[in-house]
Write a protein that binds this ligand. Structure first.
Ligand SMILES: Cc1cc2nc3c(=O)[nH]c(=O)nc-3n(C[C@H](O)[C@H](O)[C@H](O)COP(=O)(O)O)c2cc1C
Length: 451
């Protein structure tokens, strides 16, 4: 079943397949809802279309943006999206995902100021509005790989994840280390504000350190066990960042509400719920983020892209063949996000992961907004393939099928190989040479690219 490739010529055909699988996906007949502006606290978004954080592995050695980084974001800003949620930017050297992951520091702050200025100007010039820019502050935790050598910093031992990436008890970070990170998130917010970003995201998703803590049910000490302890670093990181909040600078979070692992190895599940999401804790957390911590908007996502990739980003081609149809992943994602939105209706919620739907992602997004499942959508792989998807929807009426992402997984290969990352299929002049380099490396080191 999972081998079935995307073959739908019409939305009706796609919906028919979904109903054979036992559900329907949201859909709208016209896209006008997507043109509507959106306000969240002091934040203003020109429309309901945004770009999801997509790591490009193209920084200079000190973590500053390179010409590839600038090119990516300028093209995205020209494409008409109201919001660009920048990729994971490391807050500390030891938490970098690669030697070419962006890292923002006092030393390279000016390079980020310039990047933000160029990106805002590009949007303003092309569309008459500058996109809202969020900086994603991250610690890679288990996936720390500074110097392109795995150096995992983990919250707790996770047998399934350690099948893919070795870790031992020495990799478990101490409570003192975690306590020190709280202020690092504050510093990241300060630097993001200085750089000119509109907001900072205290990231807690996709198996990185803060997200891993949310499922540290058996970790002893201040950061494990109870719900309060498991969410302590996230909340204290948000509080540290909020010291810099004002009318022009907000704090937000990209939150993983389900990891794709049964209790006690995943968030968004409970003892006995197996792989079926139990969103009681994610809903409680989003409510507390809104009512207690005063966040006006968040983005919600699912899965661990290193291990439960199909949960984060349903695909046609990837490292493994999942035992579910990709449309089931789309359904799980929007139903989960919709359940949180319905439980915390005043929180502005950006949803994730529409790209598998190709040229129908616009109908789906408009339907999801109309049905009150989210307020807007962040497009990930689609933005690499077609950075102008938003203008195609808003100005031309629909996404151009000739431009869409084919979910072939090649951008995922590039990022795993720490090569500048983008769409090999739609932007071959820039990215095919890097892909060829990746294939060479894979040939000589097959063990590093198994699966
Ligand atoms: C190459 C690549 C890089 C990514 N980098 C990030 C990242 O830096 N931060 C993040 O939160 N998610 C990251 N993601 C996940 C995407 O933001 C998004 O959640 C996922 O691709 C699903 O959305 P889509 O179906 O629209 O592609 C990345 C995904 C890919 C394929």
């Amino acid at each position: 079943m999972a081998h079935e490739k995307f073959h739908y010529k019409t939305w009706e055909q796609l919906q028919e397949r979904a109903s054979e699988l036992g559900f329907t996906l949201p859909a709208a007949r016209d896209m006008s809802v997507l043109e509507q502006p959106l306000a969240a606290g002091n934040a203003r978004f020109a429309n309901r279309l945004g770009i999801a954080p997509m790591e490009g592995a193209d920084s200079t050695p000190d973590g500053a943006p390179s010409e590839y980084t600038v090119r990516r974001y300028v093209r995205e800003a020209e494409g008409g999206s109201a919001l660009i949620w920048f990729e994971a930017i490391s807050i500390v050297e030891e938490g970098r995902s690669s030697a070419t992951q962006l890292l923002l520091s006092q030393e390279n702050l000016d390079c980020y100021k310039k990047l933000v200025e160029q990106v805002k100007e590009a949007g303003l010039k092309a569309n008459g509005y500058a996109p809202y820019l969020v900086m994603q502050a991250n610690h890679s935790g288990r996936y720390s790989n500074p110097g392109n050598k795995p150096a995992p910093l983990i919250a707790y031992r996770h047998p399934e994840l350690e099948q893919y990436r070795a870790a031992d008890d020495n990799c478990i970070v101490s409570d003192d280390y975690l306590k020190g990170l709280e202020e690092k998130f504050g510093e990241a917010a300060y630097l993001a504000k200085q750089a000119g970003f509109d907001a900072v995201d205290i990231k807690s998703c996709h198996g990185y350190l803060l997200a891993e803590l949310t499922s540290a049910y058996h970790r002893p000490g201040q950061y494990g066990g109870s719900y309060e302890n498991r969410t302590r670093l996230l909340k204290n990181g948000i509080l540290a960042a909020k010291a810099y909040e004002d009318k022009d600078f907000a704090v937000t979070s990209r939150l993983g509400i389900y990891d794709g692992y049964a209790w006690p190895y995943g968030f968004g599940v409970s003892e006995g719920s197996g792989l079926v999401p139990d969103l009681a804790e994610p809903i409680r957390l989003v409510r507390e983020m809104h009512e207690g911590l005063g966040l006006a908007f968040v983005d919600l996502t699912m899965g661990n892209p290193y291990a439960t990739t199909h949960v984060t980003r349903p695909y046609d081609m990837g490292k493994y063949v999942p035992d579910e149809h990709p449309l089931e992943g789309i359904h799980r994602m929007i139903q989960g996000i919709g359940a949180v939105k319905k439980a915390v209706p005043d929180m502005v919620i950006w949803a994730s992961a529409p790209t598998y739907l190709r040229q129908f992602a616009d109908l789906y997004t408009a339907g999801a907004v109309e049905e009150g499942l989210c307020d807007g959508m962040l497009f990930g792989r689609m933005a690499f393939a077609d950075p102008t998807f938003a203008n195609e929807i808003i100005k031309d009426g629909r996404i151009d099928p000739q431009h869409v992402c084919l979910t072939c997984g090649k951008c995922g290969d590039l990022i795993r190989a720490h090569k500048p990352t983008g769409c090999v299929v739609r932007d071959p002049q820039t990215f095919l040479p890097f892909y060829k380099e990746f294939l060479e490396i894979k040939k000589s080191q097959p063990a590093n690219f198994r699966g």
